[in-house]
Design a protein around this ligand. Structure first.
Ligand code: SF4
Ligand code: SF4
Length: 446
């Protein structure tokens, strides 16, 4: 009996406790409903932790943010270096004696000679043969509907880099007129398939039409990606003090060249003082939110090799750039793209002078990658030169292979005044030639 009483009491006590717990949890739940932040989703697998905020830059890092450089031009130093550089002097002399067309033809012959020595056929034949050996061949080399409109708005540049495929420098004065720019914008408005406007140069920001194009393109097509191919040092040029604010206001995607994270290599390829100015510009872009997670302002970097070799694998190099730039300078960015140097113009001269053109062409052919063919830039891009001529890509632009003509540097080739929409070009064949091996080697160059 006593044992039963004890058992009943203990059961009652436990029930009372359970009731209290139940009441407590109901009250808690009611109360919890009123908590302002008690709304975490049940899809906990979708929850991702953001990276911790960047620590403030250490004094060692902040010394790289060179506000004293704003308004200080690089042009005088670039011109002084060009004056004493034997390669620039030789090119200038050839330009005077041979002219641009003859020089370009000579360059083309040199590439052909190098390929002939190896018994390598034309690019188109080479690709066709590779297609026929593949079990899952990509599309043939036809043009897809144009999604990217590239504008080369002029060749003027504050730098004169040793590998420049457009041979830009402060001496080049060719610039897109406002009238040509307005034709390009009209075409953009009439080409609904275009989702990207890629503005290049020279230093595009130093051309008179740059801001007009950006403003009008953003007004006409608020949805598209507008890319500024930025050399970074332009940020410090006089008159460009508000450039970053302008880019930010129009949500321009910045793709910037930085061919190394070391000062010596950058200065060797791009000129003295370019590295420090580039780092300072990257820090200024970060300050404005570019390359900072969650800002929506994209800052991508481009790597191209210093000499006659292929770039390292893109993903691994991107990781290396992230850690080097973060640790040494406190810089963040979004993506890194690796580009193969194209054997055209200054880089072709560089190879020729060093007797490396043949071995470089051989390297490109040996590393032909069939997977690059479907994504070649020329398949979905149309490139317009500063004078309004229409090309398949910026490389063909420099070599004078315009759309709608079989002749090189043909004054009567298609011009922006001849077309209303880029859809009209779908039947025009792409002008492939021996330089195109640069676009299919390794990860490609498009
Ligand atoms: S590579 Fe770019 S920054 Fe260098 S000279 Fe050419 S256009 Fe200017
Ligand atoms: S260089 Fe040749 S392969 Fe490369 S984008 Fe131009 S046309 Fe296409």
């Amino acid at each position: 009996m006593l044992r039963n009483n004890i058992l009943i009491k203990s059961l009652d006590a436990r029930r009372a406790l359970d009731t209290r717990r139940l009441l407590g949890s109901t009250q808690l739940r009611n109360f919890a409903d009123k908590l302002p932040d008690y709304k975490t989703t049940v899809n906990v697998a979708d929850i991702k932790l953001s990276k911790p905020p960047r620590p403030p830059p250490s004094p060692k890092i902040s010394k790289w943010r060179r506000k004293d450089l704003h308004g200080q031009t690089l042009i005088s130093s670039t011109l002084a270096e060009m004056e004493v550089d034997e390669d620039f002097k030789r090119t200038l002399n050839d330009l005077k004696t041979m002219g641009k067309k003859k020089m370009t033809m000579e360059e083309r012959k040199n590439r052909r000679r190098a390929l002939d020595e190896m018994g390598v056929p034309s690019f188109k034949d080479f690709v066709s043969e590779s297609f026929s050996r593949s079990s899952s061949p990509p599309d043939p080399l036809n043009r897809h509907p144009t999604q990217i409109l590239q504008l080369n708005v002029g060749l003027y540049c504050n730098q004169a880099c040793g590998h420049c495929h457009v041979e830009s420098s402060p001496r080049r004065k060719e610039m897109m007129s406002l009238s040509t720019a307005s034709h390009c914008l009209e075409i953009l408005g009439n080409s609904p398939n275009v989702n990207t406007l890629d503005i290049t140069g020279g230093a595009p920001e130093l051309q008179t039409s740059f801001r007009y194009i950006v403003e009008e393109a953003r007004r006409l097509r608020p949805d598209i990606d507008i890319i500024d191919r930025c050399n970074l040092t332009v940020v410090h040029e006089p008159g460009q003090e508000d450039l970053i604010e302008f880019l930010k206001e129009h949500k321009v995607h910045v793709i910037a060249s930085l061919p190394c994270y070391s000062s010596a290599n950058v200065n060797q390829q791009r000129g003295s003082g370019v590295f420090d100015r580039s780092i300072s510009a990257l820090l200024a872009l970060n300050e404005a939110g570019y390359g900072v997670e969650g800002s929506g302002l994209v800052l991508d970097l481009v790597y191209n090799p210093l000499g006659a070799f292929l770039p390292p694998p893109q993903e691994a190099l991107e990781d290396k750039y992230h850690s080097e730039l973060q640790e040494n300078f406190g810089i963040t960015f979004n993506n890194l793209y690796t580009m193969t140097n194209m054997p055209v113009k200054r880089f072709a001269d560089f190879l020729h002078r060093r007797s490396e053109l043949s071995s470089y062409m051989e390297l490109l052919v040996r590393n032909f990658n069939l997977d690059t063919v479907d994504n070649l830039m020329c398949r979905n891009t149309v490139s317009v030169g500063w004078d309004g001529k229409i090309y398949d890509c910026d490389f063909n632009n420099q070599l004078g292979f315009a759309v709608g003509s079989e002749k090189v540097f043909d004054e009567n080739a298609k011009n922006v005044e001849d077309v209303k929409s880029l859809d009209e070009l779908i039947e025009d064949s792409i002008k492939f030639d021996n330089h195109c091996y640069g676009c299919t080697a390794g990860m490609g160059s498009s």
